[in-house]
Design a protein around this ligand. Structure first.
Ligand SMILES: *Cc1c(COP(=O)(O)O)cnc(C)c1O
Length: 231
């Protein structure tokens, strides 16, 4: 019997292709991340066998165990809240950190990356909606944070990340994705030294098609691949 995980991934890939087509974008400019917090190893392996090449994890400890087991033939990205005291492990474990939302965290990541002789790729997480339950730098402070972090030699800013509020109708998330894209465009116009705006990490199970239409380069999908999380 074909794996449910594989079948789900195929459905999502074709939905992404449809959204890219509608927006006049190249399908190859959008990458599908499988979000695997709390997902067991067998199903993660099924996703990798189905061609997934970016795994998103939210907890450093959980990721460390999985990376040691499953190896580095795929990319591992950190998408969860990161405490400064985990920075030392994070720079060694992850190919990209999507959740950099404050200067003190960036300073610690830079210090640890430098000590390990690494150039760590990061995204700046922006709280577009201003909801208190969401992490991320407030929208109005994002430009300042990008400029401040740009001077840290061992970090490489690759783009922006956001989470839209939850809506029944994914269409309602569109203004938040559009706002992140427009912020990206304003940052590009500032021509900040060493800052690249290649990536827009946005869109989850409920709203990834709209995110692709609005310019997402990485969509982060968990439940639509693996089913509801049990905890
Ligand atoms: C859990 C999580 C996702 C995936 O959410 P789903 O609704 O399961 O697709 C995406 N991004 C972040 C930051 C997450 O924590």
């Amino acid at each position: 019997m074909e794996s449910v995980v594989k079948a789900n991934i195929e459905i999502i890939r074709s939905a992404i292709a449809g959204a890219a087509l509608r927006a006049g974008r190249k399908v190859s400019d959008v990458r599908l991340m499988a979000v695997t917090k709390t997902v067991d190893d067998d199903r993660i392996m099924e996703a990798i066998e189905a061609g997934i090449d970016i795994i998103g994890e939210s907890y450093v400890q959980e990721a460390k165990r999985k990376i040691e087991k499953m190896g580095r033939s795929i990319e591992w990205h950190m998408i969860g809240h990161l405490q400064s005291n985990k920075a030392k492990y994070a720079v060694k474990l992850f190919d990209m950190i999507h959740s950099v939302n404050r200067l003190d965290l960036a300073v610690e990541l830079d210090r640890r990356a430098g000590a390990a002789d690494l150039a760590t790729k990061i995204l700046i997480e922006v709280n577009i909606s201003g909801e208190k339950t969401k992490s991320g730098v407030p929208y109005e402070e994002a430009m300042r944070l990008v400029k401040d972090i740009s001077s840290l030699d061992n970090l490489s800013i690759q783009g922006l990340m956001t989470m839209a509020p939850w809506f029944d109708n994914p269409e309602d998330a569109r203004p938040y994705f559009k706002a992140l894209r427009e912020l990206r465009d304003r940052i590009v116009e500032e021509n900040i030294n060493r800052v690249e705006m290649l990536e827009l990490s946005m869109g989850m199970s409920g709203d990834y098609e709209v995110a692709v239409e609005e310019g997402a380069t990485i969509v982060r999908v968990g439940r639509s691949i693996f089913g509801e999380r049990l905890f």
